[in-house]
Structures are given as C-alpha cells and as structure tokens.
Design a binder for this molecule. Structure first.
Ligand code: ZN
Length: 68
C-alpha cells in the first residue's frame, strides 16, 4: 500500500497516510487540528547517485595454492 505524505497548511503538521490507489485522490484531514487544507507531498524514492562512479581495479592476492 502506497504512503502519501501531507503537510497541513493550518498548523504545518507533517503526516503520512496509508491510502489505497482508489482513495488516494480523496482529500485528507489533518490528524492534528482536523483541517482539510492539506497539501499532498511528492515522495521521491529515487536516490541520486554521485557523478563519476568508476570502480578502480583492485589486486586480488591469491591465497589458494594447488597442493597435490
Ligand atoms: Zn493541521
């Protein structure tokens, strides 16, 4: 179930609600003051990766020796 984040414009209260896709578009009430003037926040799950990420080749030291 997706999580929708809201911010109340009356008391600036931040809260998240678990809402279904069918009821996601419905307005929510602030659990703090009960105001209906809440703004839906867009939660970004994608994390930005730093530019230039080249893995440097490491030297693996062999530890296994073939014994007969
Ligand atoms: Zn509020």
């Amino acid at each position: 179930m997706p999580i929708y984040e809201y911010v109340c414009e009356s008391c600036n209260n931040y809260f998240a609600l678990f809402k279904h896709l069918s009821t996601a578009d419905e307005d929510s009430l602030c659990p703090n003051c009960g105001s209906e003037k809440v703004k839906k926040q867009l939660s970004s799950f994608s994390c930005s990766m730093p530019d230039g990420g080249s893995s440097t080749g490491g030297s693996f030291s062999g530890g296994f020796s073939g014994g007969g």
